[in-house]
Design a protein around this ligand. Structure first.
Ligand code: ADP
Ligand code: MG
Length: 386
């Protein structure tokens, strides 16, 4: 079956579409797991006004209900356009769509609300609109089922990481650096229950916010600004003392933790430092928080993991990658790009949602309780029929 996976992450940079051929594996060794092949991948930036609106909505204490309803339908249209354009470009017709949607709020931990304690999440982008425009069934809204089963609703991509990167002899850590950075650690010869996965903290989110604020740029292209500055070490050390970084997994983060407020506090801590030094420091914060997470929360003994595989937009920032490599070397980890393993770095998350949709279509669970903290496996998502 050919499935179109559609992802738009917390960076709100745009829409990624992956066309994936999926089948249930027949080989005895991998029975129960999926076989898949990426047929094509394309990326569509959101129009500037849409990105601005999404970012404002995610950060706001008050939003208009009418506008939220409109955004839901608008994104449905944009996702449908993106899928149709990708099908034309690769001359491939999908049979099913898996669409993550745009997260506008995520709170993985239960908190009191009107007399109940609730963990909640909201991904928007109307599945019924996509189904009608594209003429295909659509699986959307993946996270609530995991949360209803007691999980944090994230991360879900470890399902793909396990399929791709498990190895009988090599322990691997897979790091995605999107708006938020998250890792999946797969010990050598692990079963899916032994996988560790959690959000390590900010990925590009704070870097982007600093660039917007101090340079009027959406991001630090090729890490050039950060490369020209000097890291304020004391600020990084200070911030890494915050509770989130010390929490044990499972744990998730979003704009609620590392959004505009965090960025403002971060810039205040940098005091009168030159803008380029602030950019260098926020880049170091991402690198250091990843390395610290690996050291404190993953590595039990030196050498139990050998390979460190990076994906996501952050992998395109050479300054960040160099800082990270320097941090990882003493831990005995070698850095690789997801591209080296046959899946282009930027296509990974969209591919994951194609696989998750395929599982849902076949009524099979695809959350990973070891990663999300769910009490049980859950069939994820809701289906809209064309
Ligand atoms: N050439 C580049 N140089 C530096 N940073 C980049 C580059 N390309 C992408 N990025 C960063 O990656 C981010 C998008 O990453 P992505 O993996 O799409 O995140 P998300 O999953 O949150 O949407 C951009 O906002 C930007 O910060
Ligand atoms: Mg993105």
């Amino acid at each position: 079956m050919i499935v179109a996976g559609v992802m738009s992450g917390t960076s709100a940079d745009g829409i990624n579409v992956a066309l994936v051929r999926v089948a249930s594996a027949r080989r005895a060794r991998t029975r129960g797991l999926l076989d898949f092949e990426l047929l094509g991948h394309a990326e569509y930036p959101y129009p500037i006004t849409v990105r601005k609106f999404i970012l404002a909505t995610m950060n706001s204490q008050r939003a208009s209900v009418a506008d939220l309803a409109r955004l839901n339908f608008l994104l449905g249209e944009l996702y449908a356009d993106a899928i149709l354009a990708t099908q034309r470009r690769f001359r491939v017709k999908a049979e099913l769509v898996g669409c993550h949607g745009q997260t506008i709020y995520h709170q993985g931990d239960a908190a009191a609300f009107l007399g109940r304690k609730l963990a909640v999440t909201w991904q928007t982008g109307e599945g019924a609109v996509i189904a009608a425009r594209v003429g295909l069934p659509v699986v959307s809204d993946f996270r609530p089922a995991d949360m209803a089963a007691g999980g944090k609703g994230a991360p879900l991509v470890p399902y793909l990481d396990f399929l791709l990167y498990r190895d009988p002899r090599i322990g691997r850590i897979v790091q995605n650096i999107g708006g938020i950075a998250n890792l999946t650690a797969i010990p050598a010869g692990a079963s899916s229950a032994q996988v560790i996965a959690f959000d390590t903290g900010p990925g590009n989110m704070v870097i982007d916010a600093v660039m917007e604020r101090l340079f009027r740029k959406p991001y630090d292209r090729d890490g050039r600004v950060a490369a020209s500055g000097t890291v304020l070490n004391r600020v990084v050390v200070d911030i890494l003392r915050q509770p989130f970084f010390r929490l044990r997994p499972p744990k998730t983060a979003g704009r609620e933790e590392f959004g505009r407020e965090f960025a403002q506090k971060f810039m205040r801590r940098c005091g009168r430092a030159a803008s380029r030094d602030v950019a260098a420091t926020t880049t170091a914060l991402t690198a250091r928080s990843i390395a610290e997470s690996v050291r404190r929360l993953v590595l039990k003994k030196q050498g139990s993991y050998r390979e460190f595989i990076v994906s996501g937009g952050g992998a395109r920032n050479p300054t960040l990658m160099t800082m990270l490599a320097v941090e990882l070397r003493p831990l005995g980890l070698r850095m690789h790009s997801s591209d080296e393993f046959g899946l282009p770095s930027e296509a990974k998350e969209a591919t994951a949602f194609a696989l998750l949709a395929y599982e849902t279509w076949n009524r099979r669970p695809s959350n990973m309780p070891s990663a999300t903290g769910a009490k049980r496996p859950a069939v994820l998502g809701k289906i809209s029929y064309a």
